[in-house]
Design a protein around this ligand. Structure first.
Ligand code: SF4
Length: 463
């Protein structure tokens, strides 16, 4: 598989869309409301829109599309960093090899189990497991043992039901081993799609190889991992270029493998210890631009989940929740061991600085205040609704029905087992309202009977 990202073509598509007429922007937004996605050319028109009123229209259209496909739920997860040794030297990352001040850690299996228990005690059911790229300190054997350890670790009613992973690109046989370990989504960020910037940002180490990275999703799919997640690190190069890079990547994957990405992550550069590009981003993205790009991605790939991390501040996250994001991390630690040692987020061992340091319970309270449903659902993946099957369900809007129901059920589980008094009160009120708003009498009966079963002690109920 060869590198398929064409910088000149992306730049050309952006250049010919510069300064779009109002009429053209409105036409693209009309098409976006049909929920069929946008071409890179149409997306470029929106990316090149600067007019404040039109940008507002883009944001409103994104809200409509998000609501139409995903309903008003937000899926929650916690990242679990297990090791921070790294053979690479990415200029934006605190784990980079040249950072001699970083406290290097590779958690033992006992420590990983302790981390899992601490995450479970918060109420999380889904994690993203990650580590630096190091041939011996974070080998594939080590990583797979860590996955098995977490799945086997429970804490009263707490258990991790889905482990998404973010590890360096692998060969097809290695991806097969990850699949056999029952991972959820395989995530990998290209960081930047702009070749010259990529080269500059990755001066040494295996990550230097752009082509090997950009083709990793294809190898994962070949190995049978049909839920893959891509992402770009915004701030390294022009955000417009990166959005189109993501789209061309998604298009190529769909064309070659029959299914596009399950998720797109939208991290923005945050300060990190001794990471020059993170301390002074080469192409800073303002909050307004960030909101705009989130909304545009929602319109361009409406059926792809979008992930927002705790890199962003609490205030901005609160605003962006309703713009098209479908998954968020909460209560995160980016330093290995940060959950169970109660040391909080130790900047001297972390990959980057956190923008949102609220606990999971505080985030949930805020989500509920916005009328959104926090979800801990892992049903699709456990029932085999992944890859093309997931997309088939998503397209006619069925996902909204399944997801809404499972969000209510898993949220009830959280309220019963983990919520603070204040969150429980607000959450129970929301659950009652959602039940009352459920149109179908049959579905209402199903939800009601499962809620009663949970009150009587059953857990892990889903449709
Ligand atoms: S971004 Fe990843 S590969 Fe690069 S230094 Fe950080 S941990 Fe290593």
């Amino acid at each position: 598989m060869k590198d398929f990202i064409d910088d000149e073509k992306i730049q050309h598509v952006l250049d010919v869309s510069a300064g779009p007429e109002k009429r053209r922007v409105e036409d693209v937004l009309v098409k976006a409301r049909e929920l069929k996605g946008l071409t890179p050319e149409e997306t470029a028109v929106l990316l090149q829109t600067e007019d404040k009123e039109l940008v507002h229209e883009i944001l409103m259209t994104a809200r409509y599309v998000k609501e139409s496909i995903y309903g008003n739920r937000l899926v929650l997860f916690a990242p679990l960093y297990i090791a921070n040794h790294c053979a690479n030297n990415c200029l934006y990352c605190g784990f980079r090899r040249a950072n001699k001040e970083l406290k290097r850690v590779a958690l033992t299996m006992e420590e990983i189990a302790a981390e899992a228990q601490a995450i479970e005690a918060e109420g999380h059911k889904r994690i993203l497991m990650l580590c630096g790229e190091h041939p011996t300190r974070s080998s594939l054997d080590y990583f797979i043992e860590a996955i098995e350890t977490v799945y086997a670790t429970t804490n009263f009613n707490g258990e991790i039901r889905r482990i998404n992973v973010e590890v360096a690109p692998l060969e097809v046989d290695e991806f097969k081993r990850l699949k056999a370990a029952k991972i959820g989504t395989y995530l990998l960020f290209q960081e930047t799609y702009h070749h010259a910037t990529y080269k500059k940002m990755h001066p040494t180490g295996p990550k230097k190889n752009y082509e090997y990275r950009v083709t990793a999703m294809h190898r994962a799919q070949e190995a049978g991992i049909d839920d893959v997640g891509m992402g770009a690190l915004f701030g390294l190069y022009d955000y417009r270029f990166e959005v189109l890079g993501l789209l061309y990547h998604a298009q190529n994957l769909e064309k070659t493998c029959g299914v596009g990405p399950h998720t797109i992550s939208i991290p923005r550069l945050e300060p990190a210890l001794n990471a020059p590009a993170a301390i002074k981003p080469p192409h800073p993205v303002s909050d307004e631009e960030f909101k705009k790009l989130v909304a545009i991605l929602r319109l361009a790939v409406p059926y792809t989940g979008m992930i927002l991390t705790t890199r962003e501040s609490a205030a901005l996250r609160n605003e962006i929740f309703s713009l098209g994001v479908s998954q968020i991390s909460a209560g995160s630690r980016t330093n290995p061991g940060g959950y169970h040692d109660h040391g909080g987020n130790d900047f001297m061992a972390a990959q980057f600085n956190l923008g949102d340091t609220r606990s999971l319970d505080e985030v949930i309270y805020e989500i509920v205040q916005q009328g959104l449903i926090p979800s801990f659902c892992t049903a699709c993946y456990r029932l085999g609704r992944t890859g093309a099957d997931f997309m088939e369900l998503a397209k006619p809007g069925l996902i909204k029905k399944f997801c809404r129901t499972n969000a209510i059920l898993t949220f009830e589980e959280y309220l019963l087992d983990y919520a603070s008094k204040k969150t429980k009160k607000a959450g129970m009120k929301l659950v009652e309202k959602l039940l009352a708003d459920t149109g179908s009498a049959g579905l209402k009966r199903t939800i009601n009977s499962r809620l009663r079963r949970m009150e009587n002690g059953e857990r892990d109920l889903y449709i």
